[in-house]
Design a protein around this ligand. Sequence first.
Ligand SMILES: Cc1ncc(COP(=O)(O)O)c(C=O)c1O
Length: 373
Amino acid sequence: MTGISSNNFEQLEKIPLYIPGKPIQEVKREFGLDHIVKLASNENPWGPTSAVKERIFKAINGSADEGVGFYPVSDGFYLRQAIAEYRKVKLNQVVLGNGSAEIIEMAAKACFITGGSAIVPRHSFAIGGIATQTAGGRVIETQATATKVDVDAILKAIQPDTRMVYIANANNPTGVQIERDGIARLVKEIRSDILLVVDQAYAEYSSPGEFPDAADFLSERENLLVLHTFSKIYALAALRIGYGLGNERIITLLERVRSPFNTNHIAQVAAEVAIKDLEFIIFCREKNQQARDTFFAEAKKHRCTATGNAGNFVLLETAIPAPDFFRDLLKKSVIVRPMHGYELPYHMRVSLGRPEEMEAFWEAAAPMLDGGR
Ligand SMILES: Cc1ncc(COP(=O)(O)O)c(C=O)c1O
């Protein structure tokens, strides 16, 4: 055998690469800057709390029971127990992932073991489509706009070989939310053998009473998987930890495709502390709403359109092509996310940071938006 060329590799090369937000260190290096404002990856600028940090230090310092020399509890029993209690489900209805993105990959592995298709609305969070294809499935993209996901289009697009429907609610990058009646229709009308994956990475940014939580439908549909992450409001993005809720059969199936020790001990114990701190969640939710309101008002002043009512980010449409706007902002020490890769050529996704970070954004962006770059 010579070389590594095969049809499979050619197939793999056609799958889009996930392009993450630029890291602060990279921008400092590239542009010789020393202070950067990062509004590119929908992280939480307010955390984690000191209680979470103390628990992390304790885990690193180690004891007879824990420390970085030991493997973690492979299935994250204690964190799953805390999640089950918090979400009022059984322990066996919870699975952990190395970020919720890994659970999307686990779902795709489980669904496409013998091929098939996934329904993914246009402008959706990219991992749904990428995970489908790397697991051997094909993507059927349905009609959606920057301000609306079309539930009818999802239902109409289902094929005999469809194995998974993936929606992010709220969606990243558009901040669009499907309301409860839309979720209820998907739950009831999607064929029962299809796994409906509802990714709720930003759910905690909405008040519990207002959020159309797909987990409410777990008793009505066996093939339902609801995803959450500790990367967003819980401010643990670097630790890579998320969770999925489903019925026991689905969770048991996902356990078969989960890598052993997929979540690390530090992440597990930090998340266990974080999930109990409701006061911090409420604080971040309020700060986020204030940042969104201020952003919308500023966007209006500069005659551009800001949309997205859910999550910790907004979508800003300007008259400047997204890659140009992105480069020019980088030179001014501000990292945002250009959205041309999501078929939104004039849109930027801007994460909602602390007031001083948002001020820095407008200070850099205003001259570009108002004329002279
Ligand atoms: C909708 C959505 N799902 C999942 C993720 C991935 O989160 P995690 O860090 O848990 O892998 C993101 C991250 O931006 C997201 O926007």
